[in-house]
Design a protein around this ligand. Structure first.
Ligand SMILES: O=c1[nH]cnc2c1ncn2[C@@H]1O[C@H](CO)[C@@H](O)[C@H]1O
Length: 382
């Protein structure tokens, strides 16, 4: 059977079950109900409904399996942050610039979180990395198109909102500046301002700390503007970079939360100060092993110190697609190798809710739901 493809990214045609043209990773899936083969770039297998029988033919997990088998983007052994970040180039070129894909991924993200039992989530991404116009340079070797970072944010917001309605959980987003692209940062903060009423709650600074750990003036100006406009702030710091990056994040960029933050422990004075200030650390156990940020022996993980010190931190997945992970894996790892108890899971979830970027009334409501679920209506003090 010959199925011609009209998608703009197509550089070939495919016979059933067989890749025929050079550098293009086309694959075929059949609708599980009507068995009609659907042809999509592998990353899109999860993205479309079967138009004939109106059934969603596949799901993110299926797409992940396909990706694992055919593209090998999954990181399975500890490597370096630089190596890990390189994996994005394997698939971002397919999603970037595609309106339908971007909105659908945001929607399915909410579905995945609901299935993991999450009731509130803040998801982060770089709008520039998904655009193909009004971004310099245009990422992932794309040709110029007509999707701007501004429209990307709107599309993600629409996908998240649709997901919230379908799966009855709350989803907000954080927009990332990239360490190596200070020229994008003012744009990012402007997008945070423009779309705060559509669910954007904060600004972040992500990227490779091992190559670029100084916050350039572009980042600093963006964070100053965020402070001025009441946009919440988090910064990836002390993941692989030294404690001084954490110090800069809180002192110069006025971060309210620290992404990862493991190496804060190397500066005990700073750590003690941040403990006293109840600074929130966004800890990602599986990620920290696979990016080489922490010792692969989980029994030596810095979050054990955070736990013992009753620090303010949360457990997060970071990049579940590339790590082939989910939140359950992070929690079960903490339980199995780090001595986490159910009480500690409750405590850290309450810390997460207290440090979330929702407005006060919504935060109170979220905390109330947790206290109720944990049977803690009387004893709310930690
Ligand atoms: O753990 C991390 N540390 C630093 N940068 C990261 C990490 N995970 C993802 N990104 C970077 O942030 C962008 C938006 O999510 C991703 O595209 C990736 O480049």
């Amino acid at each position: 059977m010959l199925l011609p493809v009209t998608h703009s990214l197509c550089r070939g045609v495919v016979y059933f079950g067989k890749r025929v043209k050079n550098d293009c990773d086309w694959w075929i899936a059949a609708c599980s109900v009507c068995q009609v083969p659907r042809l999509r770039h592998v990353e899109f297998i999860c993205l479309l409904d079967c138009k004939i029988c109106d059934v969603t033919i596949a799901h993110t997990y299926f797409a992940m399996t396909m990706l694992k088998r055919y593209i090998r983007i999954i990181v399975e052994k500890p490597g370096s942050l630089t190596e890990f970040l390189g994996k994005f180039a394997e698939y971002m070129h397919v999603i970037a610039g595609d309106r339908e894909a971007i909105q659908r991924i945001a929607y399915e993200f909410v579905e995945d979180k609901a299935k993991e039992g999450v009731i509130y989530v803040e998801v982060r991404y770089s709008p520039h990395f998904l655009a193909n116009t009004k971004v310099d340079p245009i990422p992932w070797n794309q040709n110029e198109g007509d999707l701007s970072p501004d429209e990307v944010v709107h599309l993600v917001n629409m996908g998240l909102q649709k997901g919230e309605r379908a799966f009855n959980i709350k989803a907000r987003s954080i927009l990332c500046c990239m360490r190596h692209m200070p020229s994008w940062s003012m744009d990012v903060v402007e997008l945070c301002k423009k779309y705060r009423h559509e669910g954007v709650v904060a600004i972040d600074l992500a990227g490779d700390e091992s190559l670029n750990c100084e916050a350039y003036p572009g980042h600093r100006m963006a964070y100053e503007e965020a402070v001025r406009c009441g946009i919440h702030r988090t910064v990836h710091a002390g993941e692989v970079g030294p404690a001084s990056v954490v110090k800069e994040a809180v002192e110069v960029l006025k971060a309210e939360r620290v992404g990862h933050g493991y190496r804060t422990l190397e500066d005990q004075a700073l750590y003690k100060r941040l403990l006293a200030e109840k600074m929130h650390f966004e800890v990602c156990p599986i990620s920290s092993k696979l990016t080489g940020a922490c010792d692969p022996d989980f029994t030596k993980h810095p979050v054990i110190t955070f736990m013992k010190d009753k620090a303010n931190y949360s457990l997060n997945t970071d990049d579940p697609l590339i790590f082939n992970s989910n939140l359950h894996l992070d929690y079960s790892t903490a339980h199995k190798y780090m001595g986490f108890t159910e009480d500690e899971f409750k405590r850290l979830n309450i810390c997460s809710a207290e440090s979330c970027f929702l407005p006060d009334n919504e935060k109170k409501e979220l905390l109330y739901r947790l206290y109720e679920a944990y049977g803690m209506m009387q004893t709310t003090a930690f």
